[in-house]
Unconditional design. Sequence first.
Length: 136
Amino acid sequence: MGINRIVEGTSIEGEIKCESNIRIDGSFVGNLSTKGRLVVGPQGRIEGTVNCQNAEIEGLVKGKVFVQQLLSLKGTAKVEGDIFTDKLAVEPGSSFTGACNMGAKVKELKKESYGDQSGAIAGAAAGSIAGASSSF
């Protein structure tokens, strides 16, 4: 499986759909869907909705984040928006503002997340931390 890259100094607006892994070190505004792993580097910035298998965030993400398996927030990560994931790893120094929904319910949300996300959010119940604002 190859790796797609948006390098530092590059800005893209629109929609990205890919089958493999992707790394963002530049700026992306829009919707991003990958069946692989998403890595947002320390200088990386995403504004929009993210759907992926696994994610490692070191930079900034503003918007809804749907991760089917593991979401890892590194010490430099800043997330502003709602998170839907099966598992969450948070390092000291990272910050997060939004609601967090975890567990088996999220796998069901994944199916809905590629379409209308309002149904996914309304359907999320168990394991949520509504209105969370934390620095770790």
